[in-house]
Design a protein. Structure first.
Ligand SMILES: *[C@@H]1O[C@H](CO)[C@@H](O)[C@H](O)[C@H]1NC(C)=O
Ligand SMILES: *[C@@H]1O[C@H](CO)[C@@H](O)[C@H](O)[C@H]1NC(C)=O
Length: 229
C-alpha cells in the first residue's frame, strides 16, 4: 500500500489554529446574537372599570392584560416579580420548555414556594429552540384571571419565520371577567362545594366589546390595540 503523504508539523499547527479560530468565531457569534432581557413585574391591586363598574383587580405593572414579553430564541430572560398584592403569587411561562431550570417554571408548591406579599423572586431561564406566541400567567389560586399576558418568541436574530412574513402582528388575548373578585368566586366554590360561578363576560384584549354596556368608557389602563373598528 502506498504511504499517504504525511502533513508537515507546520501544516498541522496551522490547521489546529484555524480550527480554534473557527470555534472562537462560532462562540462569539452565538454569544453576540443572544441577549439577556430584564423585566420587572410588579404584582399589585389596580382599579379598572368594566361593565360600568370599577373593581380592584390584581395586575402586573397596572396593566390588564399584562405586559407583553418579546424575546428571540436563544435569549435569556430575567423577570423580577415583586409582590405588592395581598395574596401569595407565582408566575408561569405557559408552554415553555424549562430545560435544566425547573425552578423557574412557576407552579406554586410544585417547583417553588409562593412569593409572599412584600417579597420578590427573579425568574431566570433561557429560551432553547422554541419560537412562537405563548403566554404567561399567575400560577396560584385564581390570580391568573387577571394576571396574564403574551410571551412572544421570535426566531433567532437574522433568521426568518417558517412562513411568509405577515403584514402586521399583534397579540389576541382571550379572558373571562367576573363582576366579583375572582378569588372570592373560587373561595365561595371551595366553601359550598358547588362549581364556581360562571363569568359575566368574555374579554378580547381586556375589553368586553361594543355589545356590552360601557364598553367604550375606557379606564386609565393600557390595553392592547383594538382589533376591529
Ligand atoms: C404563602 O406562601 C408562604 C411562603 O411561600 C407559604 O408558607 C404559605 O403557606 C402560603 N400561604 C398560602 C395561603 O398558600
Ligand atoms: C354566585 O352567583 C350567585 C347567584 O347569582 C350569587 O348569589 C352569588 O353572590 C355569586 N357568588 C359570587 C362569589 O360571585
Amino acid at each position: 500500500m502506498a504511504a499517504m503523504a504525511r502533513p508537515s508539523p507546520m501544516m498541522k499547527k496551522l490547521c489546529s489554529s484555524a480550527l480554534l479560530l473557527l470555534l472562537l468565531c462560532c462562540f462569539l457569534l452565538t454569544g453576540a446574537l443572544a441577549e439577556e432581557r430584564f423585566y420587572e413585574f410588579v404584582v399589585k391591586e389596580t382599579p379598572v372599570k368594566r361593565l360600568c363598574m370599577t373593581q380592584k383587580i390584581i395586575t402586573v405593572n397596572d396593566r390588564f392584560p399584562g405586559p407583553t414579553i418579546e424575546v428571540y430564541n436563544g435569549d435569556t430572560l430575567a423577570i423580577k416579580a415583586v409582590n405588592l398584592a395581598q395574596y401569595n403569587v407565582t408566575l408561569h411561562w405557559h408552554g415553555l420548555r424549562q430545560l435544566r431550570n425547573g425552578w423557574a417554571d412557576g407552579p406554586e408548591f410544585v417547583t417553588q414556594c409562593p412569593i409572599r406579599p412584600g417579597h420578590s423572586y427573579t425568574y431566570r431561564f433561557t429560551i432553547q429552540e422554541q419560537e412562537g406566541t405563548l403566554w404567561w400567567h399567575a400560577h396560584s389560586s385564581w390570580l391568573r384571571a387577571t394576571v396574564h399576558g403574551a410571551l412572544i418568541i421570535h426566531p433567532k436574530r437574522g433568521l426568518p419565520y417558517p412562513f411568509p412574513k405577515p403584514h402586521r402582528e399583534f397579540p389576541v388575548i382571550l379572558a373571562e371577567w367576573w363582576r366579583r373578585d375572582p378569588i372570592a368566586v373560587l373561595r365561595q366554590s371551595m366553601i359550598t362545594g358547588a362549581p364556581p360561578n360562571v363569568s359575566d363576560t368574555f374579554l378580547i384584549n381586556g375589553q368586553p366589546g361594543d355589545f356590552l354596556p360601557c364598553s367604550s368608557q375606557g379606564d386609565h389602563l393600557y390595553s392592547a390595540p383594538r382589533l376591529f373598528g
